[in-house]
Design a protein around this ligand. Sequence first.
Ligand code: SF4
Length: 469
Amino acid sequence: MPATAPPGVGHLRGDEPFPAAARRALADPQLRRNLGHATTTIRAKSGAVIAELPDWQQLRDAGSAIKADVMARLPELLERLEAAVTAAGGVVHWAADAAEANRIVTGLVRATGHDRVIKVKSMATQEIGLNEALEAAGIEPVETDLAELIVQLGHDRPSHILVPAIHRNRAEIREIFLRAMPGVDLDLTDDPAALAGAARRYLRHTFLTTPVAVSGANFAVADTGTLAVVESEGNGRMCLTLPETLITVMGIEKVVPTWQDLEVFLQLLPRASTGERMNPYTSMWTGVTPGDGPQAFHLVLLDNGRTAVLADEAGRAALHCIRCSACLNVCPVYERTGGHAYGSVYPGPIGAVLSPQLTGVADNASLPYASSLCGACFDACPVKIDIPSMLVHLRDAAPHPRAESAAMAAAAYTMDHPRLYAAAQRAARLSRLAGPRGRGLPPPLSGWTAGRDLPEPPPQTFRDWWAAR
Ligand code: SF4
């Protein structure tokens, strides 16, 4: 079995199980207000532009089929990508896990002789804890996406794939800027335009004085070695074109075979994620071009548990994810707890699947339960990932308390033996005599009814009804 993501490096494991972290988040009314407002707004915007496309379902089918094809021949496509990037003047590095990826990137930055990098928003570098690794090596990483910058200056953690500072309102952001942004105007108000202006002034100077950039990648075209980053602020475009050296860290699942395949994803992604018809800034580059853009380009291909996910037939579709965050925005659990409760950089429904898959389910055993299995995530997913089925699959794979396993084994045995089952139903019916419902089951089953009412057994079972007819 391929290796999972190693512990002790990166941000895929929380400090506590989901229920404990969620309980704390639920007690924060400001957080719930911020989340409720933000997810409702994104949902409405996205729903409206999706409704404009008569072939949305066919696009989803196409996206799903392309991803399934990629997974079926991932090694071949990655080797084609490597050959194409190398032929275009780039250098490809293979990182088995987060520690190796951090080592490679830190070494590459050191080799440039610089001690600061500008960063494009990237889930992969968040996943491996690259900022911490760079800081430990004496290199200052500067996030240039506005929300990531808010998170970084606030010494905070991202709580949403697309909108990392979704848990902050503008008054909190003003406070963070006043406290931590170098050279900020002390008369700064919490007007959104003023906040964006302050960030722009700070970042402009940083863009123009930092010759090394680190990015992630949304897609990579195997045929040509072209990398693509989609973003909506233009900060990515600055990072990808101004510096002398560009280092891109990309999960191995992001490869697509051809340019034609990009056509599908570039229609799906903006509508599903930010609710835009077209992505505002789509940057693409192929290796290096003399006299134009970065003159040194390194691509770090990251595994960090992905081949273990690929090996799991029932769970490998999690690698189809294009990180649009639509499943977060429709999830009733995410909307109430926010992202921090998941403990991983990947929150929400896809995080509840992907994090335990990458780390091994024992290290994130509570996450597959962070769902009501309502199916809204499946409906919203632009590449049709059946997240609810995968959650059930992972619940089965997660370690269970002995009492629960014993109870399930007893239930399975009973259901397998019709007479025993009928007797159990009669016994349940007798329990009606024990008084009002809703009191819960006795230990060791009391945990199940701690947050639920015990349904009252019907006065007549189906078998009895059938026999009577
Ligand atoms: S699982 Fe689907 S909906 Fe969720 S982030 Fe990934 S692509 Fe988007």
